[in-house]
Design a protein around this ligand. Structure first.
Ligand code: ZN
Ligand code: FE
Ligand code: FE
Length: 267
């Protein structure tokens, strides 16, 4: 069975996605999904970069755009309104203020930066050649834990994004992942299966099976997201995503409404 929901989708406002939100909703309907959630990149609070996120002054336009789609599809497809926000050390209170400015259904917390290095940005890939993957992976997991501990987020996004370009640690990261799973459970955040990794050099979903087993054992709830940056990618590889969830031990996944778990759905 395919999950009935896709909670990770972008809009052209982020500067690197294509297609109006209505087209994402139509694609979801074609696939038979019952619910979607738009979670475009939240404004970066450290600096403006129109190729990565909308800016603060565009947030009202984003809300209106998604509300319009929600109204248009009323009775046919449930449309949730969310954001994918970065955890940036030192910007916690600004982030909190931004996220409290609108009744989002959920917020995905994502780590895309280690200090000021956008480690998953193809334009900043050269720095990997000068880095020890063991060190980078450990820093990444530490930032994931710090993100969850802020209690700013409901879902942690693509929780092994650090593997995106195929760089692998030589050391075993199981303990890092165990610690991270424990913190997630304590903080009450969910993890997502994000299928976009299959479309990246690593060619694996985020997270890998062995990691997902650890999150499942720790009691961390699950959601599904395609991380679509174009309508054709909505719900992509969701049958495989459901298989991965089951192989990891998950029996159900969760839906969010107004920043709380609304219900669970059997896998
Ligand atoms: Zn993006
Ligand atoms: Fe992301
Ligand atoms: Fe994303």
């Amino acid at each position: 069975m395919r999950p009935i929901v896709d909670y990770h989708m972008h809009t052209p406002l982020c500067g690197h996605a294509a297609g109006e939100p209505e087209l994402y909703a139509r694609r979801a309907q074609e696939l038979g999904l019952l619910e979607i959630g738009f979670s475009d990149h939240a404004p970066l609070l450290s600096h403006d970069d129109p190729s990565i996120t909308m800016n603060m002054s565009q947030l009202p336009e984003y809300h209106k755009m998604i509300e319009d789609v929600r109204n248009e599809f009323q009775g046919e497809l449930i449309v949730k309104i969310a954001l994918e926000a970065d955890y940036l050390s030192g910007y916690e209170e600004k982030t909190r203020a931004m996220l409290s400015g609108y009744p989002y259904d959920y917020v995905i917390g994502s780590v895309h930066y280690i200090q000021d290095w956008g480690f998953d940005n193809p334009a900043e890939q050269a720095k990997w050649a000068k880095s020890d993957p063991n060190v980078i992976y450990r820093k990444y997991y530490e930032l994931l834990r710090k993100s969850a501990e802020t209690r700013l987020f409901n879902i942690m996004g693509h929780v092994d994004l650090v593997k995106k370009f195929g760089h692998r640690p030589s050391e075993d990261m199981t303990d890092e992942i165990r610690k991270t799973a424990y913190v997630f459970e304590q903080a009450g955040v969910a993890v997502e299966i994000n299928t976009s990794g299959l479309r990246k050099p690593v060619k694996e979903m985020y997270p890998a099976l062995e990691a997902l087993k650890i999150y499942c054992q720790a009691g961390v709830p699950l959601t599904f997201g395609s991380d679509a940056h174009m309508p054709e990618d909505v719900g992509r590889d969701f049958f495989e995503a459901a298989d991965l969830a089951k192989a990891a031990g998950y029996k159900e996944y969760v839906l969010f409404k107004q920043r709380k778990i609304e219900k669970t759905v059997k896998l």
